[in-house]
Design a protein around this ligand. Structure first.
Ligand SMILES: NC(=O)C1=CN([C@@H]2O[C@H](COP(=O)(O)OP(=O)(O)OC[C@H]3O[C@@H](n4cnc5c(N)ncnc54)[C@H](OP(=O)(O)O)[C@@H]3O)[C@@H](O)[C@H]2O)C=CC1
Ligand SMILES: O=C(O)[C@H](O)CO
Length: 495
């Protein structure tokens, strides 16, 4: 039976008022996978109104009462986790192990946020006189518009609804048009968990069509977006009309630095994760390889040999699946063609893999390694978001390598492999990236603050800092003296 994804507004699954649906294709086969609702502005209004009305009651619950809904949601997801794993393999093309890992991440994040019940505390500050006091409350903003990407569609939803809900906000969720069914699956679990109607609402539809309307909606107080940097720019422009609080998790261009004293086996193994995890479709993926001249050839050969062991194909029986859609496939192959035209050389890969007929129309691309890449090439400047990496040989000047790493519009994740502690601490001080992984793989931990410099976004997610992004500090001043105006400067001043 054809899969259909409807909207979820005020506690009910409803059809789009336009009766219009959009197509979603299976990335492994290129075949039609299902249809999802194209929400209209009227649908958006109904969802935002529902969230707005529900929020007034939701914030009056204690955080412990709110956490009980989250714990019920966690149990429902855990009991049916296999169907979400299967959905991730089908809808995203994620290999099985990575689908399992993502569901683990969903449960870990929701658990982490539910545990913040009773732990978000304000302050009592002394006033400007002995009988004055300032109460600093941490209060929810109101309605949160959560806009999520397709690459970790379930984990990114958990990373937004978890902190939003535990802090007393309500949510309108707008998922990627490449993963509407994962979003629908999670929202159905929210319904089964008994969240009050309007607490979480689901609006599907093209961001390019309804995005500006949603991000300039007067009843929206927070917009949390995970997506491309250019989308972040557009959202920032649109949201300026409502001055919404922005949490922007955007693109990355991670440098992967292998120093002359690095453990090459470790570095190569980590690069297999940093480059081919989710087929390189990750904001923290290694996107620029800088290798010290003394170990350049040895390391590249080691990495190529490891890359050759990857099994490319359909998600259930392979190490690396397809890219998400045909547009991404064209974008990734375009990066490689342009780099070669500019003088780079392909050491391995560079094209579509040979696959059985059933998958010949899938959006697959070979793991690809290029050498002779220069800092000014587009492949080193813009986010590739695929299983492709260019390599550059660097000399013995570590300051120069830090400069090369920081020379990027992006500043999310970075990687360094060296046994020299003083070098590592120098990098920790001087690298201008939200994350530096030293001699280890990622991804970011739920208790780590996931944030980026420059075009990688602003504010951040996860950790206590990420939770506090969803509350506003409200200051209440009280004077309980007999004469609150004693000694104050209050006109008139002249007799
Ligand atoms: N920093 C981080 O933690 C992470 C960052 N990312 C980044 O996300 C990107 C990949 O995800 P992808 O989904 O392709 O990113 P996009 O920016 O294409 O889309 C992200 C979301 O924004 C929506 N959107 C698009 N245009 C607008 C608009 N004008 N107004 C409002 N919403 C809009 C999309 O809807 P629709 O699908 O309908 O277009 C989608 O839901 C990469 O750049 C990656 O680096 C990914 C994961 C983590
Ligand atoms: O890197 C990403 O895309 C997400 O943050 C998952 O770690």
């Amino acid at each position: 039976m054809e899969k259909i994804q409807e909207l979820f507004i005020n506690g009910e699954w409803v059809k789009p008022s336009s009766e219009e649906y959009l197509n979603k294709y299976n990335p492994s086969t290129g075949e039609l996978y299902g249809k999802f609702a194209a929400a209209s502005k009227e649908d958006v209004d109904r969802a935002v109104d529902a969230a707005y009305d529900a929020q007034k009651k939701w914030e009056k619950l204690t955080s412990v009462e709110r956490s009980k809904y989250l714990y019920r949601l966690i149990d429902l997801i855990r009991q049916d986790r296999e169907s979400l794993e299967n959905l991730l393999m089908d809808e995203v093309g994620k290999p099985r192990k990575e689908a399992v890992q993502e569901v683990d991440g969903v449960l870990d994040q929701l658990q982490y946020y539910a545990e913040f019940a009773r732990k978000i505390t304000g302050d009592v500050v002394e006033g400007t006189k002995p009988e004055r006091v300032i109460f600093q409350y941490k209060v929810p903003y109101g309605v949160v518009l959560a806009i999520t990407p397709w690459n970790f569609p379930a984990a990114m939803i958990a990373r937004k609804i978890g902190p939003a809900l535990i802090t007393g906000n309500t949510v309108v969720l707008k998922p990627s048009s490449d993963t509407p069914f994962v979003a629908g699956w999670i929202v159905e679990k929210v319904r089964q968990a008994g969240f009050p109607p309007g607490t979480v609402n689901l609006i599907t539809g093209k961001g390019s069509v309804i995005g500006d309307y949603m991000t300039s909606h007067k009843k929206i107080s927070v917009i949390t977006l995970t997506g491309e940097s250019r989308t972040g720019v557009q959202v920032m422009k649109s949201a300026s009309s409502i001055m919404a609080k922005l949490i922007l998790e955007l693109g990355g261009k991670a440098p992967f630095i292998v120093w002359k004293d690095a453990d090459l086996e470790l570095a190569a193994k980590v690069l297999m994760w940093a480059k081919y995890w989710n087929a390189g479709q990750s904001c923290i993926a290694a996107e620029r390889l800088y290798v010290h001249e003394d170990v350049y050839d040895k390391f590249l050969n080691l990495f190529i040999e490891k890359t050759k062991t990857l099994k490319i194909g359909e998600p259930r029986t392979s190490d690396m699946g397809p890219l998400i859609n045909d547009q991404q496939l064209k974008k990734v192959s375009g990066f490689v063609e342009e780099a070669v035209n500019q003088g780079a050389k392909i050491l391995y890969g560079g094209g579509k893999p040979q696959l059985p007929e059933r998958y010949s129309k899938g959006f697959f691309y070979m793991p690809t390694i290029l050498t002779d890449v220069r800092q000014d090439m587009r492949i080193f400047r813009e986010e590739i978001f695929g299983p492709v990496i260019g390599a550059m040989k660097v000399g013995d000047d570590f300051d120069e390598v830090i400069e090369l790493a920081n020379d990027s519009d992006y500043g999310l994740a970075s990687y360094l492999f060296t046994k020299d502690v003083s070098l590592a601490m120098k990098a920790a001080r001087e690298i201008k990236f939200g994350e530096l992984y030293i001699n280890m793989p990622g991804p970011e931990a739920t208790q780590g603050y996931h944030t980026g410099f420059r075009m990688s976004g602003q504010a951040g997610e996860n950790s206590r800092y990420g939770v506090e992004e969803y509350v506003k500090v409200k200051n209440v001043y009280i004077d309980y003296s007999k004469d609150p105006t004693a000694g104050e400067v209050i006109p008139p001043y002249t007799d």
